[in-house]
Design a protein around this ligand. Structure first.
Ligand code: GUN
Ligand code: FE
Length: 425
């Protein structure tokens, strides 16, 4: 197993209000796990090789709790519509192409190359409803060295003919096969149950997916309370449900059987939030997407104050960039507008809080991930911020803040480790 030491300027979150910065520190990886950060190498580790990254920023790998792999191809295009119209105009026609494995290979090659080059070490990924191309995506993601949960999407209603499964029964049979095919196949890549969102899934399908989650102990991801038109549509489709969250909860798809991550939660009501808190549902906050498809601004301060599980999602291609550094900046900026325009009592987020969400907050969905405390899985990135010169010496905290705002991940990523293995750089 991998054991070594990185010498550099180390930043990590111990908690959402506890950002630690240690200049000239020694970060120890012992058998793929973090053994701590020290100002001098402890005697017991003196025999380990030291990777000299002095003068560089060393921090946990980034976590993307929500991204659509098949939408990567058209990121940065078609931001002129609201969610439901956007899905019909751009997302569904693109995703319909993925029945074709040749196309899927070409597009997923571009996506997985971008994942490899990024600062991200952990991801929750939507594929399409096609089992073959989603399994191909998993093969390709495994080769990136990152750890991911990947979903074959379920859709059996309110979708175009070319992107709708024949029946709930057919969708469930295909999903069970997908789970059996992939559950034990990879070291780093795992299946996750993925009802697209309530408007795309009949009750029969939701019921069956809840049963599969329980039977195979597989996690769940979906979308929740993202956009006003969508929330209204769910109310019409499910008049018997208390709220949008209840349309998942009643079928065991809301953290009640297995860990669940819901993207957005912009319009969650008090009862929905209480259920999420009670069930430990993760929130993937996707600020760029919420701006691009004009969904709104999520009450992130409230979620943090309630100690809910929350991380960041790029939501490509609702979001235009796969960079979680960009997502941190977007989260900061949206929170300032939320404070100014929506609720003056809702204090804007700060750098420590968004860094926490990008690392330890989202990372906990994957276990002990996203920090450098002892026993955490060793995911780390090394950034050369000398490419962002400044006329005066800056504190390490200031250097981190600048690297986040100035896109230090894209310009200056020198190395990326996941579970103790060097996977890029
Ligand atoms: N809701 C259902 N499908 C999607 C999607 O592909 N992107 C976003 N942002 N929201 C969705
Ligand atoms: Fe999404």
């Amino acid at each position: 197993m991998n054991s070594f030491i990185i010498h550099g300027d180390v930043c990590y979150s111990a908690d959402k209000n506890d950002l630690r910065t240690l200049e000239n520190a020694y970060l120890i990886c012992e058998n793929g796990l973090c053994a701590g950060v020290f100002s001098q190498i402890p005697e017991q580790y003196a025999h380990l090789p030291v990777h000299d990254c002095s003068g560089r920023l060393v921090m946990p790998g980034m976590v993307d709790l929500h991204i659509h792999a098949p939408q990567y191809a058209y990121r940065g295009l078609g931001m002129d519509r609201e969610l439901l119209d956007w899905l019909n105009t751009y997302a569904f026609p693109e995703e319909a192409k993925y029945w074709d494995l040749t196309y899927a290979y070409r597009a997923y090659h571009i996506f997985t190359k971008a994942v490899k080059k990024s600062a991200t070490t952990r991801l929750c990924v939507f594929g399409t409803l096609h089992r073959g191309s989603t399994e191909l995506l998993m093969d390709m993601l495994e080769d990136t060295g990152a750890v991911s949960f990947v979903g074959k999407v379920n859709m059996d209603r309110n979708s175009p003919d070319e992107l709708r499964e024949e029946s709930a029964e057919a969708s469930l049979a295909d999903t069970e096969r997908f789970i059996l095919d992939t559950k034990e196949l990879y070291k780093n890549t795992h299946p996750i149950i993925t009802p697209r969102f309530t408007p795309s899934c009949t009750d029969e399908l939701m019921q069956g997916l809840g049963e599969l989650a329980k039977k195979y102990d597989v996690r769940v991801q979906s979308h929740l309370s993202e956009n006003p038109g969508e929330v209204e549509w769910v109310r019409e489709l499910c008049p018997q449900a208390k709220n949008y969250g209840d349309t998942y909860d009643r079928f065991g798809l809301f953290g009640n059987h297995t860990q669940t991550v819901m993207a957005h939660c912009v319009y969650s009501d008090d009862d929905e939030i209480a259920r999420m808190k009670e069930n430990g549902v993760y929130i993937a906050h996707c600020p760029a997407s919420n701006m691009n498809v004009a969904s709104g601004a999520a009450p992130v301060r409230r979620y943090l104050d309630m100690d809910m599980h929350i991380g960041l999602g790029s939501d490509v291609a609702g979001g235009h960039s796969e960079s979680i550094f960009t997502a941190m900046v977007d989260a900061l900026q949206v929170s300032r507008l939320y404070w100014r325009l929506v609720d003056q009592h809702s204090k804007p987020l700060n750098v420590a809080e968004v860094f926490y969400m990008a690392t330890k907050g989202g990372g906990s969905f994957f276990g002990k991930v996203g920090s450098f405390e002892k026993g955490y899985e060793f995911d780390a990135i090394v950034i050369d911020d000398s490419l962002l010169p400044h006329p005066q010496p800056l504190s390490l905290r200031e250097r981190l803040e600048r690297a986040i705002y100035l896109g230090g991940d894209v310009k200056a990523l020198k190395a990326k480790y996941c579970r103790g293995a060097l996977i890029s750089g």
